[in-house]
Design a protein around this ligand. Sequence first.
Ligand SMILES: [Zn+2]
Length: 672
Amino acid sequence: MTNPLLSDQPLPAFGAIEAEHVEPAVRGLLDENRAAIAALLDAGADGWDSLVVPIERMHHRLARAWSPVGHLNGVMNGEALRAAYNACLPLLTAYHTELGQNERLWAAYQRVADRSGASLAPEQRKVVENSLRDFRLAGVSLPPERKQRFGAVMERLAIAQAKFDENVLDATHAWSRHVTDSAELEGLPANAIERAREAATAAGQDGWLLSLDAPTYQAVLSHAVSEPLRREFYEAWVTRASDRGPHAGQWDNGPLMAEILALRHEAASLVGFANFAEYSLATKMARDPAEVIEFLLELARVGKPAAEREFAELERFAGRTLASWDVAFFSERLRKERLQVSEEALRPYFPLPRVLAGLFTVVHRLYGVRIVANPSVETYHPDVRYFEVLDRDDTPRGGFFLDLYARPKKRGGAWMDECVGRIRLEGSTALPIAYLVCNFSPPSGNQPVLLTHYEVLTLFHEFGHGLHHMLTRVDVPSVAGINGVPWDAVELPSQFMENFAWRDEVLPLVSAHVETGEPLPHEMLARLQASRSFQAGMQTVRQLEFALFDFRLHAEYRPDQPQRIAETLAEVRDTVSVLRPPEFNRFPHSFQHVFSGGYAAGYYSYKWAEVLSADAFGAFEEHGVFDQGTARRFLASILERGGSRDAMEAFVEFRGRKPRIEPLLRQMGLAA
Ligand SMILES: [Zn+2]
């Protein structure tokens, strides 16, 4: 019997994949790769075709086998799969470290660069340059015992980060609030109440069961009239996986956070960097820590005074001092009163099928590709659908699995991930396939799912990542799609797409009232657009708080005073925040972007890329949102190019100059 993870079919065989397939597939591929690389080196391979192409092919195959495992672990987290996933993490980390530290392989890549550097195509040169950089970052030239230590550190780091995620997931699912008196639910949107009713029924209880998933949490904080209920939810949310709150100490990430920071610092030091922030920047657009800090403080100089004015206004409106669990609630009321816009009132205009159809129309008008559902493709859950992306002449260009609803055992948030990467090399071809994941409220009864405008933005955002992956024309997997793109430029295509969901030309395409079919009326549309800059200062300082906290945590780490997490956060809040959260707030304990995701010393990337995306969208504002020439240039310079060229060069090619910060400030209503 063949292992379904090793199949070379275009799509994963989800129906056949079991936890027991994972470890044999991974071990088998790693062994094969090791033997194949040793054979290449023994044969003296040191050219593009003889060395780089076979290695790209084997890593494409490994990524393909591992992708459904990592994905299912994120969206269908069960015990057996979790164990199999965790068993493989150290194997993969050890393999990557070993490759990165392989001196013979390094020398062979060096010879490719020296001997055929001039004759390589630009994308090939980029692959070789990236590889040489990564050898250095893995400590290829270190003495043996330091090499070994680096490997051990990376392996332990992968395990600690995965455990951090597990703790957050388990802590989130462990908490729920049973309500028996309907008065407590006052203010909550009907769909949230309906879901809570269904959850209670499913659990064999009367009344309503409110869980701690993101849509429910947002609904309670923004709409629940009961302050005690909001406070209870707030406390449960901000103390997840910590030493405080309703499950204090049960999944406490505190010790893991200290360990993760120490390991990162040690790894960076071993390969010659002063700290992990510098190590992180070695693969990013930003040049050095000072540039990042200066960039964030420049935004703070504009954002903080605006945030202070907005917060004072909010307290005047509420008529009292506000606590952390009051801000979303009174903001929603103020927004409703001042701008006559409420997310809940907009929902009926955004039925999911209409939003999807509108989004596909936008993409078609911009880039000429068509998106069609293919219900015959096997998925991993009844809620998940598969779509194909077809070129102008109907040839397949790529595809994606769309997984939109929150459910138990699924990680929160929204993201795009690579299912299959594009490859077109001697002996291997594959089209790019993506996973697009959100956590919208699932349908209840026979109502279609109705989205808030914020959720429409989320969908556009993830689709932007998806287009970056699926429209790539790069043939070499390690620089195709989002691969090889500096992390602080990765959010350019995604945040860029969000801009469309605010426009006159686009909103009628994505809206149709669920009962009347009428698109969003013009005056509602105008009010929605006016709300874009609502509390822009407060939103900005919140992002700056996350970004500065993350960056300073890694840049200022000292082995002799490792426990500076809470202190650093307090200092950052003194600099940028307008509201001091309560003492029990432990938000870092569930800050997955930074402690377990890829955003360590890189959270600033959101703001950094927002400058790029606002400026890039400016070209569409100047020439027309659906201007064909502008869209073609964006496609050719940015979307199709992946990581095959320098991110700044690509931006300059599209925009004709370097990025400017003013378009972002204008977009947010913060321009002087
Ligand atoms: Zn994103």
